[in-house]
Design a protein. Structure first.
Ligand code: ATP
Ligand code: MG
Length: 198
């Protein structure tokens, strides 16, 4: 599961756990983007901080892990490079799924080499409140659709944007993310400094 994770929140964790259970996944690897090519409309928190929050949030689930692969790779983060590296690691017979929200999979059309990506892995598109899952059928190519599984997950109507706004306004993040993550954000004043929100 890739993402900016700025910060990681309950929506990510619920989606990942549902995918793990429903697809009987041995592991769910959370890969924070290094330099996300799609997210330039606000100052993204340094990768190391976002990675540390992913480590904290995933610590209590033995099947979850945090990966440094994108943050340690120079240049922009392209999913196709990441999935190729994971494929090389897992071998040709391993089932590999890219978990994304319904909104993010639609962006795949604009990603680098989407068809190549679909050769290396399948997609699990999880439902997300406010995102119309039916758009997939209309907007994804036949080839991508054939490689995509839609997964209905309990709706968690929150986003990192919302958490950044709350933190910036001194609001509570309690129960919207892991307590350890909320404490980390507070300790490092991540979203409360000048020019940090939203
Ligand atoms: P931002 O508000 O900064 O865009 P975000 O909450 O969308 O943050 P991302 O890091 O952009 O979080 O998302 C990573 C992945 O998790 C994407 O595939 C996204 O669709 C999915 N996702 C994020 N929030 C939810 C949610 N509440 N329910 C289901 N999927 C989610
Ligand atoms: Mg997003």
């Amino acid at each position: 599961m890739g993402g900016t994770f700025d910060p990681i929140h309950l929506g990510h964790l619920v989606a990942a756990e549902e995918a793990r259970v429903r697809f009987d996944l041995a592991r769910v690897i959370f890969v924070p983007n290094g330099r996300p090519p799609h997210k330039k409309d606000y100052p993204v928190t340094p990768a190391e901080r976002r990675y540390e929050m992913v480590v904290l949030a995933t610590a209590s689930n033995p099947a979850f892990e945090a990966s440094r692969m994108e943050i340690d790779r120079p240049g922009p983060s392209y999913a196709v490079d990441t999935v190729r590296a994971l494929r090389a690691d897992a071998g040709p017979d391993a089932a590999l799924y890219f978990i994304t929200g319904a909104d993010a999979i639609l962006e795949i059309l604009t990603w680098r080499q989407p068809e190549k990506l679909a050769e290396e892995c399948e997609f699990i598109a999880v439902t997300r409140p406010g995102c119309d899952i039916n758009r997939l059928e209309h907007e994804l190519s036949e080839r991508l659709l054939a490689r995509t599984h839609v997964l209905r997950v309990p709706g968690v109507d929150i986003s990192s944007t919302e958490l950044r706004k709350r933190a910036g306004a001194g609001g509570s993040l309690r129960y919207l993310t892991q307590e350890s993550v909320a404490r980390y954000i507070e300790a490092h004043r991540l979203y409360s400094g000048e020019g940090r929100a939203p």
